[in-house]
Each structure stands twice: as structure tokens, then as C-alpha cells.
Design a binder for this molecule. Structure first.
Ligand SMILES: NC(=O)c1ccc[n+]([C@@H]2O[C@H](COP(=O)([O-])OP(=O)(O)OC[C@H]3O[C@@H](n4cnc5c(N)ncnc54)[C@H](O)[C@@H]3O)[C@@H](O)[C@H]2O)c1
Length: 457
């Protein structure tokens, strides 16, 4: 791969580019981060920790209030570090006021990119944030969009808004797309040691964006345009969605043919090349893998192209909570209790292990389906999620999971395999355990009460 020369002022660059590059390299720049959620706050912390003045901007008054008090609200971040950069080193300040953009040399945009009820992209947060930036923009600034989105967003939606300033892109202001790869809960791959991709609107845009990313990220990979960077991010997530769908489909097949899918995947992964293990489960969730594929299939429709893999993967993955519902209702039917009266306990409500993120959680979808079927006694336990709203009913998690509480339920379902769960205790005390994650794989003793998704029984 050809890495262009970066890291010192380009002799051919405009004076704005040279000034910006200088402030980036000598560390005197001010960073702005618009959107202080799972992506924005870790990034703001990384810059402020390294001694770079950072201003966080968010529309959420609650988040700003919390940060101004030095209080962290993102699970993976160290409370003490957040407190230190706000209250001690004072390298991080937080505000809801977009006029602060005028004080920044580089502005990252890390706002949500959800979908509409019809699963079309909703880039309104990007548009609002960019309008806020444009209002207070000055010459010589760099804007880096990090929100995951469809190819063309940076060029066709963000740039025209910034162009309303009358400044010239690549000469008087700079614009790039650099997708986020953070994996909440992952202790090995962090903001610092996970390589990032950067695609600028012009070579000058790419160069300054690489230089600023290099201040806090070990490896930066340039690509030829924002659209390449936007598409590569979608490929990463679609790759996961398609492979998870494949094992989810095979799990359903294995249940019919008497083969254990977990054993199949474990055997396949002994191949040292050309195979990467993915595991079945109750469905996919979170703000990325479920949503992002739809961004590309929507963009494809505009050019009369049908993304069959994406659609098929979504169909299979989104059918999984329905499959789990059928497993639960089958187990209830074996007991002397009606659906209405059955007591079902869901273990784990977050969308994946050891995180406090409920967005699009398949466990929540399972709970909703059970309520729709008239099951009135649904409870859940999740140390990370204190309450959930299921079709207008607020459920509250127990503080502790006890043997007596497990025994009270007709069916216990492991929906999310948090590592703090005492699986032996669960299996010992529950009447029936429906395991959608293979969390019971190491249970010593008898497995008579375990019903495992995809084990072929
Ligand atoms: N969470 C992840 O693991 C992850 C990983 C990779 C990429 N992404 C992508 O990064 C983007 C952000 O995701 P997130 O998980 O951090 O979302 P989030 O909801 O946790 O945080 C977004 C923040 O933006 C704020 N916001 C919304 N509109 C705003 C506006 N107009 N101006 C200022 N602030 C505004 C919200 O109040 C919120 O605090 C999304 O596009 C997502 O797909 C997320």
C-alpha cells in the first residue's frame, strides 16, 4: 500500500494547511468532539489524556452536566481518568453550545446514525451537527466525520453544508471521513492500538486527518476518498452480519438433523487458515451490526442494485428472537402451566456480553414477543441494565440472582452470557435452562434440564 508522505507541513499546501499541520504536530491544537457517546467520549478522553486541549459538544444536557462535574458515564472508561482530565488537568471541557466550535482546530463528528421505522438511514444527527459546526466555522479547520454511514455522505451531505461558509474545501478548510472501530467491552483492542482508516476529500485533507489521528492512534491507514472509507466500514460490519447469519441458519438446520452446531464450529476452527469462527445466538443487536447493513442496501437501491447477501443475512438474524420464543413456548408447553401463567426469567438484557448497551438488544425483542403472546410473568436479571421498558411495562432487574429466585420460574433463558453469571448455580437451581449462547458448555454434572440452541436435540 502506498502511504503518502505525512507528518510535516507540505511545501505545496496552502498556508491554512501548513498552519493546521504545525499546530497538530506541535500539539498546540484544540480538538472538538461533537457527540459524546460510546464513540465520542473515549476519543475525547484519549486526546485530553495526551495533553491536548479538547472540547466536547453534545446536545444532551444530562451528559454535559455529568462531564462538567467530572463524572464518567461510559462503562469502558476509567472514572478516575475522566475526573482527572476534567477537574485536575482541565484538558477536557464540555458544553452544549456550538459556538465552542470556533475555538477548535479539528472537529470530530461522532453522532448517532440510526434508521427510521422503515429501516431507511436517518442522517439527521449528522446534518444538524454539521450545520452547528458550519455556523461557527473559521478558515483552517479540519472536520472529521466518524459516524458510520452510507457511501457519499461526506461528499454529498456534509461538504455542501460546510461549503455554505464560502470557504474552499482542501484549501481553506479540510474534510475527511475516518470510521470508528471501537469494540465496547474489548480490553485488548482499544482506541490507541486499533488501526483507523482515513479518506479525505483531497490529498491535503487526508494528510492533516492522518496527522491528527496519529497523535492518539498508533496506526493510520489512508484510502483514496471518503467514500472508500465509508464503504470499508460498512463492509466490516456486513462481514460480521453475514457470517453470524450463516451460523444462525446452520444452528436451525442442526436442530433438525441432530448435529451440535457448537461442536461443528469448534471443529472447523481447528483449520489454521481460511476459516474464522462465528457463533449462533438469539439475534444481533447494538448500534452497528444490525443497522449498518441497511445503510448500504438503501444506498444500493438508488442505483438499481439489490444487495442480496445483506437482505438475506438480516432476514435470518432478525428471525432468531422468534426462534428463541418458539423454544421457550415449547418448554412451557411441557409443563403443567398455561402460557398466561408461566413464569419466565431472562438472564441478560444487554445486546452482548459484559456491556451496558441495550440498543436493539435481541433479549429485549424476545421479551416483547413473549408479552405479545400473553405471557404475563416475565422477569429478567442483568447486572448492567437496572430497568427495561417492554411494551410500556417497566421491568426491574433483581439486585442479586439467588437460588430461590431461579427456582420460582418455570423457564430460565440465558439470553446474554455475562461473564459474571454463575452458570453452575443457574443450572443447579433452574427447572429448565434455555441456553442461547452455549454458556453452559462447561457445566460439570448432569445436563438434563439444559436446552441448548443448535445442539440438535
Ligand atoms: N458504539 C459503538 O460501538 C460504535 C462503533 C463503531 C461505530 N459507531 C458509530 O459511531 C456513531 C456514534 O455512535 P455511539 O455509539 O457513540 O452513539 P451514542 O448514542 O452513544 O452517542 C452519540 C452522542 O451524540 C449526541 N448527539 C446527537 N445529535 C447531536 C447533535 N446534533 N449535536 C451534538 N451531539 C449530538 C447524543 O446526545 C449522544 O451523546 C454512530 O454512527 C455509530 O454507528 C459506534
Amino acid at each position: 500500500m502506498a502511504l503518502r508522505r505525512v507528518g510535516r507541513p507540505r511545501a505545496t499546501g496552502t498556508r491554512y494547511e501548513q498552519q493546521l499541520m504545525k499546530t497538530i504536530l506541535d500539539g498546540s491544537m484544540t480538538i472538538g468532539v461533537v457527540g459524546l457517546g460510546y464513540v465520542g467520549l473515549p476519543l475525547a478522553l484519549e486526546f485530553s489524556k495526551s495533553g491536548i486541549r479538547t472540547i466536547g459538544i453534545d446536545v444532551s444536557k444530562e451528559k454535559i452536566k455529568s462531564l462538567q462535574a467530572g463524572k464518567n458515564y461510559i462503562q469502558d472508561l476509567d472514572d478516575k481518568e475522566v475526573h482527572h482530565v476534567v477537574k485536575k488537568s482541565k484538558m477536557l471541557t464540555a458544553t452544549a453550545d456550538f459556538t465552542a466550535c470556533a475555538l477548535c482546530d479539528v472537529i470530530y463528528v461522532c453522532v448517532p446514525t440510526p434508521f427510521t421505522p422503515n429501516k431507511d438511514p436517518d442522517i439527521s444527527h449528522i446534518v444538524h451537527a454539521t450545520e452547528g459546526i458550519a455556523k461557527h466555522m473559521k478558515k483552517g479547520q479540519l472536520v472529521i466525520l466518524k459516524s458510520t454511514t452510507f457511501p457519499g455522505t461526506t461528499e454529498k451531505y456534509v461538504k455542501p453544508i460546510l461549503d455554505t461558509t464560502g470557504f474552499k474545501c482542501g484549501k481553506e478548510y479540510f474534510l475527511a471521513f475516518s470510521p470508528e472501530r471501537i469494540d465496547p467491552g474489548n480490553q485488548t483492542w482499544t482506541t490507541k492500538n486499533t488501526p483507523v482508516v482515513v479518506g479525505g476529500m483531497t490529498p491535503a485533507c487526508t494528510d492533516v486527518a492522518i496527522a491528527v489521528n496519529r497523535r492518539v492512534i498508533n496506526e493510520v491507514v489512508p484510502v483514496s476518498s471518503p467514500a472508500v472509507a465509508e464503504t470499508e466500514k460498512l463492509l466490516e460490519n456486513i462481514f460480521r452480519s453475514v457470517n453470524i447469519a450463516l451460523v444462525n441458519e446452520l444452528a436451525q438446520l442442526c436442530d433438525r438433523i441432530g448435529v451440535n452446531i457448537w461442536e461443528v464450529v469448534d471443529a472447523a476452527k481447528t483449520k489454521p487458515f481460511g476459516f474464522m469462527p462465528f457463533y449462533p445466538g438469539p439475534g444481533i443487536g447494538g448500534h452497528c451490526i444490525l443497522i449498518d447493513p441497511y445503510y448500504l442496501s438503501w444506498a444500493a437501491r438508488e442505483v438499481d442494485f439489490v444487495t442480496n447477501f445483506i437482505t438475506l443475512a438480516a432476514e435470518v438474524n432478525e428471525s432468531m428472537p422468534f426462534y428463541v420464543r418458539a423454544m421457550i413456548e415449547r418448554e412451557i408447553a411441557k409443563q403443567p402451566v398455561t402460557l398466561k401463567k408461566a413464569r419466565v426469567l431472562l438472564l441478560g438484557m444487554a445486546f452482548k456480553r459484559d456491556v451496558d448497551d441495550l440498543r436493539h438488544s435481541p433479549a429485549l425483542k424476545v421479551a416483547e414477543l413473549l408479552v405479545e403472546d400473553g405471557i404475563e410473568n416475565i422477569s429478567y436479571f442483568d447486572p448492567y441494565i437496572p430497568t427495561v421498558d417492554v411494551h410500556g411495562r417497566t421491568l426491574t432487574s433483581k439486585k442479586n440472582l439467588t437460588a430461590a429466585y431461579l427456582k420460582k420460574h418455570d423457564v430460565v433463558v440465558i439470553t446474554t452470557d455475562h461473564s459474571s453469571f454463575d452458570i453452575d448455580m443457574i443450572v443447579k437451581n433452574a427447572k429448565v435452562v434455555i441456553d442461547t449462547r452455549n454458556a453452559t458448555k462447561d457445566v460439570a454434572g448432569p445436563r438434563r434440564n439444559i436446552v441448548l440452541l443448535g445442539d440438535g436435540k
